[in-house]
Design a protein around this ligand. Structure first.
Ligand SMILES: [Zn+2]
Length: 320
């Protein structure tokens, strides 16, 4: 693959799956070291870090091997020699269209079907496994949807933009975005600001880690007219939501809402049409008129509750 990919996919960058590499740790490093030291967490913290530059990765890797006396470990050295193929520090510039890892989608489908089926299954057995699997995915979707619609907002900052993020994103994505907003407030600060043109500002944002050590300095280009912002960490391009550096700038500029061009539709609370959740779309529903009407009433009530969700007055009216 290493030889074939660049010949066929000339515009692509071939990347090895980090999850699979890290999964090999226990078979490559003695259990004694893994169980009795914090090597495992140190190494994970280092390799998954998307914010550090390649040179920082290299010096930290060498420090790490030295700390644990692993300088001569042949597998770790082999992995280090191909670091440009798997460590995110070397892929910081790459747009990933909201997917953090290219293989994760098909890999997780493979894994999901493997749980219930084997290659020895007949076609009928496979179809039954398939339906089972889809059912359980639908169930998980409903649980997530319930969490999103029933969770109340608990802010960790006094910023209006945090509330706006809560109002637009699903529960799971909001948790990620909220982290960025909080870290933008507590672990980022602005060190320099220049004004290359009337409407745009170049702002340097210093990024601190949990122990308040400076990790990197990023540059945010901010448009004072339409509040658009791009950051040299390229978090938005890579993952699909704004980074702490942009939120840090937004705090300074009193921007209270995430501009619409930075909100991916797939991550909105209302990404799925309401009909998907309606009772009549489920299996084995009674087709007789009274039953259909009962279900319709329940769907309508649910929809009203959803609309009123966090508005106390509206909910009180609904109760009346
Ligand atoms: Zn950034």
């Amino acid at each position: 693959m290493l030889q074939g990919v660049p010949m066929v996919f000339t515009e692509s960058r071939h990347r090895l799956c980090m999850w699979h590499i890290m999964k090999k740790l226990p078979s490559k490093i003695s259990a004694d070291v893994l169980d009795n030291t914090d090597l495992r967490s140190c190494i994970h913290r280092l390799v998954w870090n998307v914010y550090i530059k390649p040179e920082t990765f290299e010096s930290r890797w060498n420090d790490l091997l030295q700390t644990f006396g692993l300088q001569d470990h042949s597998w770790l050295n082999d992995m280090y020699n191909i670091k440009h193929l798997w460590v995110p520090a070397y892929f910081r510039e790459l747009p990933m269209c909201c997917l953090m890892k290219t293989t994760s989608r098909c890999e997780s489908s493979n894994a999901a079907f493997k749980v219930n089926s084997t290659s020895a299954n007949t076609l009928v057995q496979f179809m039954m496994c398939f339906e089972n699997r889809v059912d359980s995915q639908r169930y998980r979707q409903r649980v997530s949807e319930y969490k999103t619609s029933s969770t109340m907002f608990t802010g960790n900052t006094d910023l209006a933009i945090e509330q706006h993020a809560f109002a637009i994103y699903t529960n799971a994505v909001f948790a990620q975005v909220q982290k960025e907003i909080i870290k933008g407030k507590f672990l980022c600060y602005i060190t320099n600001q220049t004004e290359p043109s009337n409407s745009s500002l170049l702002i340097d944002v210093t990024h601190l880690d949990k122990r308040n050590n400076i990790t990197n300095v990023y540059q945010v280009t901010y448009n004072t007219v339409d509040q658009s912002a791009s950051c040299s960490c390229r978090n938005f391009t890579r993952i699909g939501y704004l980074c702490r550096h942009v939120f840090c700038v937004y705090r300074l500029k009193n921007v209270e809402r995430i501009p619409p061009q930075y909100i991916n539709d797939r991550w909105r609370r209302d990404a799925l049409p309401k009909q998907v959740f309606s009772i009549s779309s489920r299996y084995g529903v009674n087709p007789h008129a009274p039953s259909v009407m009962r279900n319709e009433i329940l769907d309508l009530v649910t929809e009203c509750v959803d609309v009123a969700r966090t508005d106390e007055d509206a909910l009180a009216k609904l109760v009346d």
